[in-house]
Design a protein around this ligand. Sequence first.
Ligand code: NDP
Length: 291
Amino acid sequence: MAIFTKATFILMLILVLSAYWMYDGFDEDSVKGKQVVITGASGGIGEQIAYHFARLGAKVLLTARREAVLKKVVEKCKELGAEEAFYIPLDMGNLDHTKRLIQEAKTKFGGLDYLILNHITTSHLELWKGDMERLEQIMNVNFRAYVSLATEALPMLEASKGSIGVVSSFAGKVGVPYTAPYCASKFALDGFFGALRQELIFKNKDVSITLCILGSIDTPNARSAAKAIQDPDMYSTSSADTALAIIRGTVTRQREVYYPHMIKPITLVRDWIPDILDSVIRSNFKVDTPE
Ligand code: NDP
């Protein structure tokens, strides 16, 4: 009986702590009318982020390269209830374009509350063979563009006490084989935005930075890039649920968001049992054609 009571107490404690850990105080109404820029919004998680913000009544400015697709996403945003919805086709590999995006936000909205940095150049799973040009391209699109966008947007975000959501990856916390340049770009985001967060505090600037660490999420590009993986069912987490987790974390000014949640304990043991974790990752990332 005493054992049963102790077990019940421990279970209750775990449930209460989990509920406390999961509670973020997110208020949907707080997003209405807010001015949002979303990159990589023509597909995958970015498109879903746009739809959630639209449903919550925000004003959205979307970007990606494919104009025809962006046009359709903007139409759907308007149907879902966006207070305003615009798009501008741009290439995030071009630093003039990153500046143009923030200028467009200034022109269209006159300010900015949330900057969601989400785009990536799609990469295939392959062993690192020394393609320095491709490395540069990936770093330009996946990292330098994020830095440029945040830098250009900071004056508006400082004025609004706004937030930056930086979409990263498990591969930005742990080395994942077949993705070396992608991994490098995501680790770089962690370093840069971690330092920037500190400097904003030094400067008394009330801009929050939320790093979103995602596991395998069901998007067409991720599935196709990972089709050589022997267990494609890894990619079963919904992109719409992931998008909402990113928004909740950014709006409630969390330091980091892990989605799905089980990613967090895995990254926590990274420094305690690195060799075991590496071995588990290798066995999950067995691909059919490693060469
Ligand atoms: P997708 O590949 O589905 O979408 C990428 C988006 O970026 C598209 O809208 C694409 O549009 C845009 N894009 C690509 N290249 C450029 C460019 N040069 N200039 C401007 N826009 C560009 O990505 P996901 O939705 O799968 O991923 C979104 C985020 O989530 C990324 O940061 C990714 O690292 C992260 N993530 C995703 C995981 C997953 O399993 N899906 C796992 C972990 C992290 P267009 O082609 O029209 O330019």
